[in-house]
Design a protein around this ligand. Structure first.
Ligand SMILES: Nc1ncnc2c1ncn2[C@@H]1O[C@H](COP(=O)(O)OP(=O)(O)OP(=O)(O)O)[C@@H](O)[C@H]1O
Ligand SMILES: [Mg+2]
Length: 234
């Protein structure tokens, strides 16, 4: 049994189907990437894990089904979410935005805050800054930090590199790698940037118009010629 099991997942917006029959398994302690172009269904997949869409199929965490649970209950089950559109409160400070993430894990707030500040010392230095004045990279750190304040055992990150400069992308990758290495946290990211995804993830899943086109290790996918042309620019 894998830690996260997505089985026969279809997701709908009204009558329109955004995901069709998706199967993904993620082992505990793994970093997995879901790669796809605009509109492929990446955000829909993560939203579905969070209970934010109408689905068919099943999603299990540690063997327990998340289907039908409220988003709050899913957070309490140990799923943290850093969504694509940051959804930070722009006129609140870094610290207050982080504390919003602690609403289901108040007892552990001090410990989790320390972990976030260790991971992103810049946020500790700038804890009083209102987030609308921050750079894109700093806001991404707050978004990741807020997800970590829920004390997750599974972290979902939607397009962590979107709109960020290459150097900042490397910093974000390093932070995710450190987090995974030091705490063993299981991480699922989505990406349009296949090379970034490959540098970070042990398994990749290619999503095209709501369906899984291919799944495998970085080496397996890297040796597929058609895929290379389409996603890796070689
Ligand atoms: N709230 C919604 N209502 C109706 N259709 C939606 C909604 N959200 C997404 N869709 C549709 O579902 C499909 C998948 O969208 P989704 O946002 O999951 O793609 P994505 O891979 O995250 O794209 P991007 O890289 O642009 O963020 C698209 O066709 C989109 O138009
Ligand atoms: Mg998206």
């Amino acid at each position: 049994m894998a830690f996260l099991e997505i089985e026969g997942l279809s997701a709908y917006y009204g009558k329109a189907r955004a995901l069709h029959n998706v199967d993904i398994a993620v082992e505990k302690g793994e970093i997995v990437a879901v790669v796809g172009a605009n509109g492929a269904g990446k955000s829909t997949l993560l939203d579905s894990i969070m209970g934010l869409t109408t689905i068919k199929g099943d999603i299990r965490l540690g063997g327990d089904s998340l289907a039908g649970l409220s988003s709050r209950a899913i957070v309490e089950q140990g799923v943290g979410y850093a969504p694509e559109r940051f959804n930070l409160f722009p006129y609140m400070s870094v610290l207050d935005n982080l504390l919003v993430g602690a609403f289901t894990a108040r007892e552990e707030a001090d410990r989790n805050l320390q972990l976030v500040f260790d991971l992103f010392p810049r946020l500790a230095e700038r804890r009083s800054q209102e987030t609308y004045t921050q750079s894109g990279g700093e806001r991404q750190m707050v978004s990741l930090g807020r997800a970590l304040m829920t004390g997750p055992s599974l972290l979902l990150v939607d397009e962590p590199t979107i709109g960020l400069a290459p150097k900042v992308c490397l910093d974000i990758a390093e932070s995710l790698r450190r987090l995974n290495g030091e705490t063993g946290l299981t991480i699922v990211i989505t990406e349009q940037n296949a090379n970034f995804a490959m540098s970070l993830a042990s398994h990749l899943h290619i999503l095209e118009t709501g369906e899984l086109k291919m799944s495998g290790t970085a080496e397996e996918l890297g040796s597929d010629e058609e895929l290379n042309k389409a996603y890796f620019g070689h």
